[in-house]
Design a protein around this ligand. Structure first.
Ligand code: IVH
Length: 675
């Protein structure tokens, strides 16, 4: 029909919308009103509905997110995404500068003109985006630096990330930082509070959580931003200097942070670092420092990299922000184990753009160490997280009130005791509602059974309506029961029931940590699951048998024993079995002990030819070996790859056996993870 006229209009609308998106999201200079933009967008959507065959992946309508993806995949990076060494003060920066000059003196490239580029160090997560034939093809998180998670659908919803690039680099890769601006962060947390979900501790975690969502429509509903700082082609820097790269990225349509400066020497660097430090509070996003990079690519190459970080760049870190405020009251929170944690209730104060009104005081010893009382003015520090810490008393209040631990639990009135040799005071009532509440929240939390949508508001209602007494009851809840709760619709009730049912598939280590045994967190639960074939063997194990498992000492062994000796706990475990939870290790062969590896301690160093660090670690652990971070007399093997660093030297000094990947694989025989 009138496709010709329509397709012309479609093209025109797309161009217009792209231009205005760039003006609004990249340049922060809108030229038209939001209403006008929405009108054009609706018109384009209407036309595309009439002519679906005209829809292209880079149409501005394609940023809304699509159906949830089922899982995640990883792909290798075109070249490693390294991290940066830190300079924590001006002297350390000066030392970096001296080292750069010394190293360049030895190299002929050292004589070309020398400059640094200073950029803000944005506090988010890094992401690589690759374009093929000018179109956004794939977006990958940093992951372990060698390979990352594919997040293309979610990245497409970031309005400041171009879906297509114009100009001379149709096949290129940009690397940069995904951040969540402070206002978006506050909005997300506010919403989560209403929904009873746990809050994000800081914008960085919120950005990471949002970028890695399975449902890109949720990503689209939150505002993320992308700032590019690195331009590559085939895994190599595309241009001869960093400064030129930043300008080119900007021309290609990327958002590049305007706070960037060419500096001739360390004196100029220090001047901009101080200048930006003063600006820090006013920026709409969080930064944690300034990245300093040698500008010339040839000089960068001459300086090279270690396995972890380039020698041509360093991150200058700003000190955490500290402010003074009044400590109005000290209240007490009761945790899952019954521990009473004193909490400082502060006169609300703004710390780097976030309103802070509470800080943890950890325990009674800490209160005594600080010598703090209600009414005092205290110095608090926020180092990225929303919950700050109290550093010291600045001025004692005129009417000080000293805090004492209550003798009775503030929640249930039960007895409070302090076991000899323990710091914490605990409520001893096994049926204390606070303990039950925290046990349920722990059970549902992301790193345990990962039940999406079961936050504190819902848990509180389930408890007051006596629908649950312990986590096993969750598996008996019906859609009708949940739908009857406040602010719950049919759909969310169905989702929650599905999420609870889905958690039945969580593997044994998570089920073990879900039990809430003291000292048995994620890692210990994994070690236990590797040492025992299933829950029954774990329950039946004696203290001696438990201690034979890796890293399980007498204290933990006793706690596990005590837990399973208790009749209530045994009944609880039986209820979980009836609910259908995983009581056996998923893949019995995966814990088959391989002679020569089982029980041995490995240290990994350098880059292996085919295995990533995670793979190597998983393979060692799967056959009963252990991986630690540093070489000591207890190390059995150092598995070394390219650019091994100081661990190799230490292994040689200590006479620890060093093996390469080939030797390692032959030790494993045919064993591979997940067999
Ligand atoms: S350059 C080899 N530039 O800081 C190049 N990184 O600690 C390494 N970051 O993983 C990265 N702003 O996530 C670079 N302007 C910037 C940055 C930046 C933030 C992050 C990035 C990196 C981490 C390194």
């Amino acid at each position: 029909m009138k496709l010709d006229a329509d397709s012309q209009e479609i093209e025109r609308l797309r161009d217009e919308l792209r231009k205005h998106e760039h003006q609004y999201y990249v340049l922060d200079q809108p030229l038209i009103s939001d209403a006008e933009y929405d009108r054009m967008m609706r018109r384009l959507q209407e036309l595309e509905r009439t002519h679906p065959e005209t829809v292209t992946p880079d149409s501005p309508t394609q940023r809304v997110g699509g159906a949830p993806r089922s899982g995640t995949g990883t792909v290798p990076h075109s070249s490693p995404m390294l991290s940066l060494d830190n300079a924590l003060n001006e002297e350390e920066l000066a030392a970096f500068d001296r080292r750069v000059h010394e190293l360049l003196q030895a190299a002929p490239e050292g004589r070309t003109p020398f400059r640094y580029v200073a950029e803000l160090k944005l506090d988010g997560l890094s992401m690589a985006v690759r374009y093929r034939a000018s179109q956004l093809a794939i977006a990958i998180t940093r992951g372990d630096g060698r390979e990352g998670e594919v997040v293309t659908e979610n990245a497409r919803t970031i309005r400041s990330l171009p879906l297509s690039v114009h100009g001379e680099f149709p096949d290129m890769e940009a690397r940069g930082e995904v951040v969540m601006p402070r206002p978006a962060f506050e909005a997300v947390n506010h919403q989560r509070e209403i929904e009873g979900l746990s809050l994000f501790a800081n914008p960085r975690n919120a950005a990471a959580g949002t970028l890695r969502m399975l449902d890109s429509r949720v990503t689209a509903s939150r505002r993320l931003d992308y700032y590019a700082y690195y331009l590559l082609q085939d895994g190599q820097p595309a241009l001869d200097s960093q400064w030129e790269s930043l300008d080119t990225l900007e021309q290609l349509g990327f958002k590049v942070n305007p706070h960037r400066k060419l500096c001739n020497d360390v004196g100029e660097l220090l001047a901009v670092i101080r200048e930006w430090g003063a600006l820090r509070e006013q920026l709409p996003y969080e930064i944690d420092g300034v990245v300093v990079k040698v500008d010339s690519r040839r000089q960068q190459e001459a300086l090279g990299s270690t396995a972890k970080a380039p020698r041509w760049a360093i991150a200058f870190k700003y000190a955490a922000v500290q402010v003074e405020t009044e400590l109005e009251r000290i209240t007490v929170q009761v945790g899952r184990t019954g521990a009473l944690t004193p909490v400082a209730n502060l006169r609300p104060v703004e710390v780097s753009g976030v309103t802070v009104s509470r800080a943890t005081l950890h325990n009674m010893d800490e209160i005594e160490r600080l010598g703090v009382a209600e009414g005092d003015t205290v110095l608090i520090e926020r180092s990225g997280d929303v919950i700050p810490k109290v550093l010291r008393v600045v001025q004692q209040g005129r009417h000080r009130r000293f805090f004492t631990m209550p003798a009775e639990c503030p929640v249930c009135g039960g007895n409070v005791v302090r076991e000899p040799g323990e710091v914490a005071y605990r409520c001893v009532n096994a049926n204390c509602p606070a303990k039950i509440r925290e046990t349920l929240l722990h059970f549902a939390s992301r790193s345990v059974m990962d039940i999406d949508g079961l936050g504190d508001v819902i848990v509180d209602q389930l408890l007051t309506r006596e629908l649950v007494r312990n986590p096993a009851d969750l598996y008996r809840l019906t859609v009708e029961q949940i739908e009857a709760l406040d602010r719950m619709g049919r759909k969310s009730a169905e989702n929650l029931v599905a999420a609870i049912a889905g958690s039945r598939n969580q593997p044994l280590p998570r089920v073990i940590s879900a039990l809430g045994i003291r000292f048995v967190g994620e890692r210990t639960a994994q070690l236990l699951a590797a040492a025992f074939p299933g829950m029954d063997e774990l329950m039946a194990a004696s203290e001696e048998e438990l201690q034979r498992a890796d890293e399980i000492g007498p204290k933990v062994a006793r706690c596990i024993r005590d837990f399973f000796a208790d009749a209530h706990n045994r009944a609880f475990v039986e209820e979980l079995r009836e609910a259908g939870l995983q009581f056996r290790f998923h893949s019995p062969a995966a814990i088959a002990r391989v002679e020569g590896v089982a029980g041995k301690t490995f240290v990994l160093t350098g880059t292996l030819p085919s295995l990533s660090r995670e793979d190597a670690k998983a393979r060692i652990e799967a056959v009963g070996g252990k991986v630690t971070g540093s070489v000591s007399g207890k190390t059995d093997f150092v598995l070394a790859g390219a650019d091994p660093g100081s661990k190799l030297e230490r292994a040689q000094t200590l006479g620890v056996r060093v093996i390469d990947e080939a030797e390692f694989l032959s030790m494993l025989g045919s064993a591979s993870p997940g067999d």
